[in-house]
Design a protein around this ligand. Structure first.
Ligand code: S3P
Length: 444
């Protein structure tokens, strides 16, 4: 499906976003490991998280879905069954990498497959540490690419120094560590999102954090606990930038995750001149609350170093913010973007250029000179949900029409994004502020 987008007035809106993708994946995993039933509310019904849900069903976990965003997961205490056929991880790197860690100890063989994009993504980063733990993982694709064959067996704890700040690497090792003998530690160069650690603690698994090092003891299992998934701040990011870059815009996002390892974007936008406020309402393992933002004429900034893992999924939309900001924004230390759902540095550079923005593409980043009017263009998603959504937002600021092609991929993380975009555009000239809520209770 193609999206047609035209320039829109400043948004004045209050909204909620669907459940957090990273947390939804982990809620299924931890609940499946618990010895008893857990109710998960606010689950993201996006394709990536549904891939995780189906993978656990294939491994013998009974999962009921009484409503669209509610799961009742009957945990097996970590005793899984061999799936009858290959487990399809779809587009989801998180599903494949975390599942590899979990299945590495199970007494059976599993084959993990993925779509064309996932089949190009590197798996050596998890195969290496898991092999040090004694796992037998064979990549069928060239250069350790998927499909993966995971031959389960006995594991031993390791003390791993990760070369990359990656929550997927850290989480795959920690999940394997639950089934390993002795202690398992992971140290990362900068802090990546810490949802796995928080969820381990919430589900009663003892865990030690010392700076950038996390340690667990093998043999622990989660206790059954109900869980509520907050809204995804990475989905909110699209609307936050749409508001931040428009003088006169006002946006409030409710019930959104405020985990500090994920909210780097708020600091970046504040540095660029936007007025941003956070109100934390509650903390049940994962902090969540309200974000308010007021738009302005943005100015350029630098995004680099330890800020990068915190905004890793927001760099496409932050690049759009940079294109709308006065001056040259420099993004560096972001080579990881080249191995996401697509090569995001190349995609951002080519799409911004098509909209008339001067961009210099570097090996590990971008230099984006903003402040000139954007030109509407026809742009392909390249099968990447965040590229599709980021450039849809760019289209709200562009002269003429912007068309985004290949938008089906957006269902991986934000089903309903285009409906919200259309409502926001239609409400643009109205004096009454628009309020958009997530429908929680609709039956499956
Ligand atoms: C994720 C970690 C990040 C992020 C991805 C989700 C997770 O990937 O980009 O969208 O849920 O653990 P990396 O671990 O590769 O940085």
């Amino acid at each position: 499906m193609d999206w047609l987008i035209r320039k829109a007035p400043a948004l004045k809106c209050e909204l909620e976003v669907p459940g957090d993708k990273s947390i939804s994946h982990r809620s299924v995993m931890l609940a499946s490991l618990a010895d008893g039933p857990c109710v998960v509310r606010g689950f993201l019904p996006g394709e990536d998280c549904l891939s995780t849900m189906e993978a656990f069903r294939a491994c013998g976990v009974e999962i009921e879905r009484p409503a669209h965003t509610t799961l009742i997961i009957h945990g097996t205490g970590g005793r899984f069954k061999a799936p009858a056929s290959a487990v399809d991880c779809g587009n989801s790197g998180t599903t494949m990498r975390l599942l590899s860690g979990l299945l590495a100890s199970q007494p059976f063989q599993t084959r993990l497959t993925g779509d064309a994009s996932l089949s190009k993504r590197p798996m050596k980063r998890i195969i290496d540490p898991l092999s040090l733990m004694g796992a037998h993982i064979h990549a069928e694709g060239p250069q350790d690419r998927p499909p993966l064959r995971v031959e389960g067996g006995a594991l031993r704890g390791i003390d791993y120094i990760s070369p990359v700040a990656s929550a997927q690497i850290k989480s795959a090792i920690l999940l394997a560590g639950l089934f390993a003998s002795g202690q398992t530690s992971v140290t990362e160069p900068h802090l990546s999102r810490d949802h796995t650690e928080r969820m381990f603690e919430y589900f009663g698994i003892p865990l030690k954090r010392e700076g950038l090092k996390v340690t667990i003891q093998g043999g622990s299992r989660p206790q059954p606990r109900d869980f509520r998934v907050p809204g995804d701040v990475s989905s909110a990011a699209f609307w936050l930038v749409a508001a931040a870059a428009h003088p006169g815009a006002r946006l409030r996002v409710n019930r959104v995750g405020l985990n500090p390892s994920r909210t780097g974007l708020l600091g970046t936008l504040a540095r660029m001149g936007a007025r941003v406020r956070e109100f934390e309402h509650s903390n049940s393992g994962e902090p969540f609350g309200t974000i308010e933002i007021e738009g302005t004429s943005l100015k350029a900034t630098r995004i680099m170093g330890k800020e990068i893992p915190n905004v890793i999924d927001e760099l496409p939309i932050l690049s759009v913010a940079a294109a709308l900001a006065d001056g040259t924004t420099v993004i560096s230390d972001a080579a990881e973007l080249r191995i996401k759902e697509t090569d995001r540095l190349a995609a951002i550079a080519s799409h911004l250029k098509a909209m008339g923005v001067p961009v210099v593409e570097k090996a590990d980043g971008l230099e984006i000179t903003g402040g000139q009017p954007l030109r509407g263009a026809k742009l392909d998603s390249l099968g990447d949900h965040r590229i599709a959504m980021a450039f849809a937002i760019a289209g709200l600021f562009a002269e003429g029409e912007t068309v985004i092609t290949g938008t089906e991929c957006v269902n991986t993380s934000y089903p309903g994004f285009y409906d919200v975009l259309q409502k926001i555009t239609a409400a643009g000239h109205s004096q009454t502020p628009l309020i958009i809520r997530q429908d929680e209770e609709s039956a499956e």
